[in-house]
Design a protein around this ligand. Structure first.
Ligand code: FES
Ligand code: FES
Length: 231
C-alpha cells in the first residue's frame, strides 16, 4: 500500500519499506503522536466536577406515644415516621396485624381505631396518641372467639390465613358501620337510613381486603352468618 505524499525520505528514515508500504514503526509513531495530541482534551473531560454541597439530613425526631391497645395502656417512644403497623409489630411485638403491601392496597394490616377500621400501614403511630386500638389479638374474650372468628372457622373462610386478621377486623368494623346506617357505593336507597346487608353490600364493603387464596365466597358466607342477613 502506498500513501499519497510518500517521499523517498520516508524510506531513508524507516517510515516505509522501500516498496511504498508503511512500516510498523511508522504506524506506532503516528499513533503515539495522535494519543499525545488528545491527552490535554481527555484530561479536561475526565476532570472531576466540583461536588455540590449536600445538606445534612436532620436527625430523626422521636416522640412519646400513649396507646390503649386491646384495653391495655402502652407507652412507647417512636421515631415520628413510624407507622402504626410498625409500632404494633416491631415496637410492641404484636404480630397479629399483617404487613402485606405496606401501601394501603391489601387490607392485611386492618385494625380498629376508636372502633373505625383503618389500614395501620397508612397512618403514623404518633397521630393516635391517647386513642384506643383494637387488633386481632383483642377480639376474643379469653377462650371465647369473637363471633366473626368463629364464623370464619365454621365457613372455612381462610386458606393460608395471611389476610385473615385484616379480614376479621375489617368485618367487625364494617358490621358496626352498617348498624349506624352508613351507606356504601352500592346502597340503593340512601334515604332509607337502614342498610340491608346483601351479598353485594358485603362484597363492596369488604373490597379493601384482598385474599391471595381467593377465599371470598366463604368469607362472605361467614359475614352473612354473623350479620343474620340473607341476600
Ligand atoms: S399492609 Fe396495609 S394495606 Fe397492605
Ligand atoms: S387466606 Fe390466604 S391470603 Fe387470604
Amino acid at each position: 500500500m502506498k500513501f499519497e505524499g510518500h517521499t523517498d525520505k520516508d524510506s531513508a528514515d524507516g517510515a516505509s519499506d522501500g516498496a511504498g508500504h508503511l512500516t510498523r514503526r511508522a504506524i506506532f509513531q503516528s499513533g503515539a503522536a495522535l494519543a499525545g495530541a488528545h491527552t490535554p482534551l481527555m484530561a479536561h473531560a475526565q476532570a472531576t466536577p466540583t461536588a455540590a454541597p449536600v445538606a445534612a439530613e436532620p436527625p430523626p425526631q422521636r416522640m412519646q406515644v400513649q396507646l390503649q391497645i386491646n384495653g391495655q395502656p402502652h407507652r412507647l417512644e417512636v421515631d415520628t415516621r413510624t407507622s402504626l403497623l410498625d409500632a404494633l409489630r416491631e415496637n410492641l411485638h404484636m404480630t397479629g396485624s399483617k404487613k402485606g403491601c405496606d401501601h394501603g392496597q391489601c387490607g392485611a394490616c386492618t385494625v380498629l381505631i376508636e372502633g373505625r377500621r383503618t389500614n395501620a400501614c397508612l397512618t403514623l403511630a404518633v397521630m393516635h396518641d391517647g386513642q384506643s386500638v383494637t387488633t386481632i389479638e383483642g377480639l376474643a374474650q379469653g377462650d371465647t372467639l369473637h363471633p366473626i372468628q368463629q364464623a370464619f372457622l365454621d365457613h372455612d373462610g381462610f386458606q393460608c390465613g395471611y389476610c385473615t386478621p385484616g379480614q376479621i377486623c375489617s368485618a367487625a368494623g364494617m358490621l358496626a358501620e352498617v348498624k349506624l346506617g352508613m351507606p356504601s357505593h352500592v346502597t340503593r336507597d340512601l334515604a332509607a337510613g337502614a342498610v340491608t346487608l346483601t351479598e353485594a353490600e358485603i362484597r363492596e364493603r369488604m373490597s379493601g381486603n384482598l385474599c391471595r387464596c381467593s377465599a371470598y365466597p366463604n368469607i362472605v358466607a361467614a359475614i352473612k352468618d354473623v350479620s343474620g342477613a340473607r341476600s
